[in-house]
Unconditional design. Sequence first.
Length: 344
Amino acid sequence: MNIPSKTPRTTKSALAATWLAIAALTLSACSSPAGDDPPPGGDPVAAPGTCETPDPVNFVRSTGAAFEILYIAEEQGFFDEHCLDVTITPGSTDTSQHIPMVLNGQADMAMGDPSNILHSIAQGIPIKVASQFSAADSSQPVTDGVLLPPGSPVETGADLEGKNVCLPALGGWMELNARYAVHADGGDHTKVNLIALPTAALQESAESGQCDAIVVFQAYYMAALNAGFTALHNGTNDFDGLPTAMVIASEAWLAQNADVLARFVQAIDEAAALANENDQLTRDVDARYTQLDAETIATRDIPPWNAVIDVEGTQKAADLMYEYGVYTAEVDVAAAIADTALTK
């Protein structure tokens, strides 16, 4: 894959507003004996033992996709096993708005676009990467990227110059996918009109002619393919190991809740192992919490859940974002990750 040279940006990154007051929430920790073995890439995590008072965690999830693992962890008892009382709340369509929520104490942890998260940290916003839920894997089916509606005259990414490309939010991996699809095919990605729309409205916006192409992910990607859309390139699968769903927490909250985070990521890791053996668990959550039709839910490809962050792979992607002009500051991925997150 040829890495394009740094080029000027024509859109503003959808980052959180500048510095907001940080309200640190002090949560009591459960007393428990140490576990036998450390999780992959992390220190030993305390096993909860007898849990008298679970630690509350206010978690704001995405409204698009990749949140299903939270409900699986809840419904299969993994949060209970690790003495956690997790309240899951749908957040903003634009997950960059979740950053001020963790900073001002509205949420303890929240899902976000990994690109916006890393860029925010590079700019000095006091948050850390707490975990991830999934990552790009080139050995798996493509489940995100640029799609063209049925009957589109567009043949290559270069044909999107001057066209409207619609995506869930600006400044993230979806923007990288859009710009890369154009640039890799010899076009000028700065001449593409990028428009942020709610994820659930993207397919219809292309079918109605409002958008010439869309960038979608997971279940929405499969639904559009089933409706006759065609793909340009391979989405985030072109960037192996790239996190596709990250979790953030404020530095202030983490300073007082490192053990809570350690138990949370272990619960997610255990839920991921179970869910990867049984796709129906994810499909059941889709049926309850998405607007997808039954056929899409039953047939869509489900990417593996993965709580272990690939530091090297993520760093390569972050470096590309900077070289590509999407980031205005370089990112030190290892320094951006919380100490109790799972890494490799």
